[in-house]
Design a protein around this ligand. Sequence first.
Ligand code: ZN
Ligand code: ZN
Length: 408
Amino acid sequence: MAIIRIINAHILDVVQGSLLPKQCLSIKDGYIQAIGDNLPDESADITLDAAGRVVMPGLCDAHVHITAGTPDFVALRHWPPSYVAAHAKGILESMLMRGFTTVRDAGGADFGYARAIDEGLLVGPRLLFCGHALSQTGGHGDMRHPGDNQADHCFCCAGLGKVCDGVTEVRRACRDEIRKGAHQIKLMVSGGVASPTDRITSTQFAEDEIRAAVEEAEAANIYVMAHAYTNRAIMRALNSGVRSIEHGNLIESDGIELLKQKNAYLVPTLATYDQLALKGVEAGMPEALQKKVYSVLDAGLQALEAAWHGKANIVFGTDLLGSMHNAQLKEFAIRGEIIPPTELIQSATVKAAELFNLSGEIGTLAEGYRADLLMVEGNPLDDIGVLQQPERYLKVIMKDGRIYKNKL
Ligand code: ZN
Ligand code: ZN
């Protein structure tokens, strides 16, 4: 692989929230080999002169669905995998072009996508997948309408969800996803928006089922992420060993305390509620479900504010569906009302890496880390807005030492 040198860079130190001026980076075999202000003048295959621009780690999105080509999950059930993959191609490429070099899929993506990306058949961010999101009967992953009595236990709507009930079935489902290479297990432990029959306020899965999933995940040295809205569902999940709480719109102060006590993470996904409220129906979401959106939208912002003031671990996530994926960077703008740029950037880099158990590999620019980086015009520590217009401000996008965009 080519040796790449980046010179005259202002390196964004995401941990300190500061810029290190006039740095040089040497990249070899996909990794950062050296970084400093006085590197020996070795020959390189490619030299990029940053000319004082900011170089920062690539972004992470901890909650995506690359197979959600439409927000209508009931319709998605009838899409063949080939058509789902055709949609995913554009979704993945656009994510990388927005500066996301790692994404964690919360249901739908499998090892085929991850392998295709690694092999260069698909262009996209590094993909951490869970396979199917696991749901109880009548839960957030059960896409049957109330009139549907088909006893089908695999609702492979674009691979998004799988229904399992009881400790034995939950264990089998977890083991099966682990067999297929899952980086994390995803459980639906409360009601949701895009599912036809459940209530937002319901808890899902019995505690012994959640604990069984956590035990299976831990046996494989991975962890459980759980879709949960209400404080009640969040407390049950945390007490059962779940590491990553998705959405968390209705979390309360005791939930935030428990989150900290367990050293767990909150992954709010505010962009999706914003988009579903603005254009969900237009994008194909059934009108009856839109009412559910409003009940969680305002609460989501309040939850973020409470979690921020409570000093919880907060990670960047979006959960966008279909054509609404292009609002991925709006999450920064929405959270920016509450959270300052440095901590916003941390939530999408170093904090995300911590959650993914990839500290030491991604999320920071340092020797031995993967060469996932962005060269940015302007300083995101002063104005997070420069990350929201990638066409204009992102000059270079690199993942694993490969250049995917170069507008120098
Ligand atoms: Zn969810
Ligand atoms: Zn989701």
